[in-house]
Design a protein. Structure first.
Length: 354
């Protein structure tokens, strides 16, 4: 085994703190396996919190509706009994198999681990927003140019220009128009064509609001900008009629979607198919025994990119890992409803049944 300085020794390391990564902690916890969790973001929740924290999610079993933020908060409560340790704001850069079968893992912040198993729950990988390609515009990023909305209240009362033709652009345009605590002073939506990759109902609602003069839609492409005293004052839009106009603004919001990048994961020697990790459907193991992949990062015949599918994968991955972590241990399927052992693990009282 190579000599590494004071790594954290653990049975399980989960890469990714989105909903699926958090539920992986829960399934491991039921088997009395403690986990460390690494995420490149500074907070839990993954894409749910980063991209649509306040948008409704309707397909979580037994939860008629919740936001990405609420789902994350509830998962954190659910895994609290298991005492996972979180390492935020760092990306896993190195994964090396050791002579004793464990994996040496290092992060961009210099944290290192020796883990018996690894669970990759990294969503689409290291996702980055596609940017607006206008020379010099990037100097306004995070001051007047934004590719994500973290706190809608920051844009209340502002003159907003929103660029994009997908669900995110339409969702936020409609959200900032309607009355409420983060209603904008004005909203102008710009898209390169008069067609959208968005919910038809939202497109229809946008057109109704334009007809009512509550917002404006312009077909065109952003080709430049105007600034004064280091402030972005307007963008130049080349319209479908070939004329370039200046559209004044306070804030520019751009939603061109995400460009998923596997990042360092691509260099770990795992079988990859179209930027996703190939797994079996028995235990969701990758091509490297001891490394599992759950959620949107994996692929297999019939794969559906749904949060609920990821939850199912977590359960089988945990059972697949126990034979590596504790090969001598006999594990039987138990139910949280009736198992005194699981009640003890969860820190709840066992119910008395008549």
């Amino acid at each position: 085994m190579r000599n590494h300085q004071n790594p954290i020794e653990t049975d399980a390391l989960v890469i990714g703190a989105g909903p699926v990564g958090l539920f992986q902690v829960f399934e491991l916890g039921l088997l009395e396996i403690k986990a460390h969790v690494v995420d490149s973001l500074e907070h839990p929740g993954g894409q749910c919190v980063e991209l649509y924290p306040d948008k409704p999610i309707y397909d979580i079993p037994a939860v008629p509706v919740c936001t990405g933020r609420e789902l994350t908060e509830n998962l954190l409560k659910q895994i609290a009994p298991f005492g996972a340790t979180f390492h935020y704001g760092q990306e896993v850069t190195t994964v090396e198999k050791q002579d004793d079968g464990r994996f040496f893992v290092a992060t961009s912040k210099g944290t290192s681990f020796l883990s018996k198993t690894i669970f990759i729950a990294a969503g689409v990988g290291a996702f980055q927003p596609r940017t607006l390609k206008v020379d010099g515009l990037d100097v306004f990023e995070d001051s007047q140019l934004f590719y994500r909305v973290r706190n809608p209240a920051d844009f209340a009362g502002k003159n907003l220009v929103i660029v994009g033709g997908g669900d995110s652009a339409l969702d936020w345009a409609l959200d900032f128009v309607k009355a409420g605590p983060h209603k904008a002073a004005s909203v102008i939506l710009i898209h390169r064509r008069d067609g959208f990759k968005a919910a038809p109902s939202n497109v229809a609602k946008m057109r109704e609001l334009c007809d009512a003069l509550e917002m404006q839609f312009i077909v065109g492409q952003v080709t430049g900008f105007e600034a004064q005293d280091s402030l972005l004052t307007g963008i130049k839009v080349n319209g479908s009629d070939g004329i370039t106009r200046v559209v004044p603004l306070d804030v520019l919001l751009v939603f061109f979607g995400l460009s998923p990048k596997l990042g360092p994961i691509a260099d770990w020697g795992l079988d990859i198919e179209r930027k996703q990790l190939k797994v079996d459907t028995e235990k969701f193991s990758t091509s490297e025994p001891g490394i599992f992949a759950v959620g949107d990062i994996n692929t297999y015949p019939g794969k559906k990119k749904l949060i609920l599918s990821g939850f199912h994968e977590c359960a089988l991955a945990a059972f697949g890992a126990i034979t590596i972590i504790s090969p001598e241990k006999k594990v039987f399927l138990q139910y949280t409803t009736t198992s005194p052992k699981l009640h003890k693990v969860l820190g709840v009282e066992s119910p008395v049944f008549d």
